[in-house]
Design a protein around this ligand. Structure first.
Ligand SMILES: [Cu+2]
Length: 682
């Protein structure tokens, strides 16, 4: 009987960079796989690697949600999907771009961090689930790191074009030049679409009602129009030295978010980063800066009708800037592989809002978060046991500028939280983790790990200040919020038998001072939406089965389930909000190296474990079928696909905004969506 090779199972068929096929690699790692090189631990270390060959290429959040049952997307519109990993969202997970921090400018998360890199730039996505990252501050429940393509040796380029339903058009061109000493990659991409239609044949712009409804003239308004340009240079003056400099710019215009009450006029981002590696000493020094400017208005909604003289009833202009640096060294002491480093960053966020005649300047009042941290992480193999551990110390200061507040929102903190609050808070803490893996054979193993992680409240949770007109509830941050603490156990196994591989993982996260939405009044004239610390726990697990049926045919089955419960605070309903239901994915693949065919079925169960305190509603179960095929010939590839083949009308559980005062507008997923992409290499 034919023995299944490790490579065949985890890396089905690898095309080199020089192939015309567009590939994004998705890697799920456990902490020590990243730290220990293959030769140290033996060739048995597994990295769960998935490859994305054909997609609509709209956004990374949607792509990840499609492949991994434990990742779910928050559907706000046609693009810019935010993600929830194992029930954790927002700042509870770290989303990094080339290892650097980036934050969205929009107080309503129209531009989540994961939106700030376009699909054609992405080479790999690293996903580290659980409390096992000490190399970045605040990785409470996981890290998602998008890695961009590096330039290669040689002179060549690509041109790619995708077209699909609802006037979806996407094109990109990339040019590569490289010698031993200098390499350069320059790229440009554009994406455009009109609003998509759901399975019931309605445009997503037709779902909001009342004042939030789109004006009849704007129902078919551009849904997004995104330009992206990037340049990466790698310099190798000698073999020992490497300097990498990256610059990226993107401008997303006319992005519609029917999930919210406003749309983005534009969202403009600059990213720059530099990295210097001194290979013989295992030292790397990196620095980065990024800036996002975001303008959202209700100008295309009915609510702006009365305000025609200025074009909008409400508007938020927001800016965020993040910069940081890291020095890291890899070394080996007494056979222990060690990575140690010192890093720091500054995140600044300001947003100014106007609603009717209310001056909400400083809606996010020029908040600075300043962090310095040190860490050390080590791993060692002792016979069949691999032990890895990490520890990190952080000092982090959050500070808002009261002078930035406008006339309408100036007194909100004292109105709801009394005079005894401070707009400056410093948190210092130690975090760490330990993980044991026992290997029964080269590939079969079990593992168990424990981690203690912390994150500080984000600038919005502590300091947002938005006064709303008339009887509408205000929105105010809680300056007294404490940092969130997570004590989590993860355990799992990997088992290979013949042509099949089976992996499973369970986790239990005990959360202290988890930050949760609440309504507050405290004697104020009207209530407000705010945040409180509660104790809670989230637990769940996922399984993954991969099987090679023949040399060319493989099957994949994945399933994930998670549950969240409140443990403290006054509540009527103990279920945590925004916890996705059971989700499964079954895929059948044929791949002979030039022809590729995939059929997949995604199922999500009904979610009735909802938090009625936040007006959450149950979400129905759904089945959706996607098919795709691709063909590669020499320097060209062509792919076609149909997502939602049977034109089902369905909603994911994260398809509407949670608010304790009223349930948000549910945004359906796209109906049948046909697309085709072609790519040439020159
Ligand atoms: Cu916005």
């Amino acid at each position: 009987m034919k023995k299944l090779s490790a490579a065949a199972l985890t890396i089905p068929l690898l095309f080199s960079f020089a192939s015309a096929q567009e590939i994004i690699k998705l890697k799920k790692v456990k902490v020590f796989e990243e730290l220990l090189p293959q030769e140290t631990v033996g060739e048995s270390e597994e990295i769960t690697e998935e490859e994305i060959k054909t997609t609509r290429q709209i956004d990374i959040g949607e792509i990840l949600s499609n492949i991994f049952p434990e990742i779910n997307h928050i559907r706000k519109g046609g693009t810019a999907n935010d993600i929830v990993l194992r029930g954790f969202g927002r700042d509870n997970i770290n989303v990094l771009i080339d290892g650097m921090r980036i934050y969205g400018a929009c107080p309503n998360r129209m531009d989540p961090p994961i939106f700030h890199m376009s699909t054609p730039q992405v080479k790999e996505v690293y996903i580290l689930e659980g409390p096992f990252d000490v190399t970045n501050q605040g990785s409470l429940a996981g890290v998602v790191n998008l890695i961009s393509k590096d330039p290669e040796k040689g002179t060549f380029g690509y041109i790619g074009f995708t077209g699909g339903f609802f006037d979806y058009l996407s094109g990109n061109i990339q040019f590569n030049y490289g010698t031993d000493k200098i390499k350069l990659l320059v790229g440009y991409s554009k994406q455009f679409s009109h609003p998509y239609e759901s399975g019931e044949g309605k445009k997503i712009t037709e779902y909001p009602k009342g004042m939030s409804a789109y004006k009849p003239s704007e129902i078919n308004h551009t849904a997004f129009n995104i330009d992206t340009a990037w340049i990466t240079t790698v310099l190798n003056p000698t073999e020992e030295h490497e300097i990498k400099i990256r610059y990226g710019f993107d401008e997303a215009k006319d992005v519609l978010y029917p999930y919210l009450k406003m749309d983005a006029i534009y969202d403009r981002t600059h990213r720059i980063s530099g990295e210097y590696t001194l290979k013989p000493y295992g030292i790397s020094v990196s620095g980065y800066w990024n800036f996002v400017k975001h303008d959202m208005q209700d100008r295309w909604r009915v609510s702006s009708n009365m305000w025609f003289f200025r074009g909008y009833m409400m508007r938020t202009l927001a800016k965020t800037e993040t910069y940081g640096a890291k020095i890291e060294k890899k070394l080996k002491i007494y056979g222990v592989n060690i990575k140690t480093g010192i890093d720091g960053y500054v995140r600044n966020w300001k947003a100014d809002n106007v609603i009717m005649n209310l001056d909400n300047r400083g809606m996010i009042p020029d908040v600075d978060i300043k962090n310095v941290g040190v860490y050390v992480q080590g791993a060692k193999r002792i016979n069949r046991l691999v032990v890895s551990a990490g520890i990190r110390y952080d000092n982090i200061k959050s500070e808002a500028n009261k002078d930035r507040l406008g006339t309408a929102n100036r007194n909100l903190y004292s109105m709801y939280y009394g005079s005894n609050y401070s707009l400056s808070k410093t948190d210092s803490y130690v975090t760490g983790n330990i993980l044991f893996r026992y290997k029964f054979s080269k590939r079969n193993n079990i593992y168990i790990g424990f981690g203690h992680t912390v994150r500080v409240p984000d600038p919005q949770e502590r300091y947002i200040a938005l006064a709303k007109p008339m009887t509408k509830p205000n929105w105010v941050g809680n300056p007294n919020l404490k940092k969130v603490k997570n004590n989590e156990v993860d355990a799992g196994f990997e088992y290979y038998w013949g042509f099949f591989g089976l992996k499973g993982n369970v986790f239990y996260s005990d959360l202290t001072d988890y930050i949760y939405l609440t309504k507050i009044q405290n004697g104020a004239p009207k209530p407000a939406l705010s945040y409180k610390n509660i104790d809670a726990h989230i637990y769940g697990g996922d399984v993954n089965i991969v099987g090679m049926l023949t040399d060319t045919v493989s099957v994949e089955l994945g399933a994930a389930y998670q549950r969240g419960k409140k443990d403290s605070g006054s509540y009527n309903d103990s279920d945590l909000a925004e916890i996705p239901p059971l989700k499964t994915r079954l895929a059948l693949k044929y791949d002979n190296g030039s022809l590729y065919i995939l059929a997949e079925e995604i199922y999500a169960a009904r979610q009735s474990n909802v938090d009625t305190d936040l007006k959450e509603q149950p979400t129905k179960s759904y089945f959706v079928t996607n098919i795709k095929a691709g063909y590669v010939v020499n320097r060209a590839s062509i792919n076609i696909g149909i997502d939602n083949l049977f034109d089902k009308n369905y909603y994911t559980h994260l398809s509407y905004l949670r608010n304790p005062f009223s349930a948000g507008i549910k945004i359906p997923e796209p109906g049948r969506f046909f697309y085709m992409n072609v790519k040439f290499m020159f």
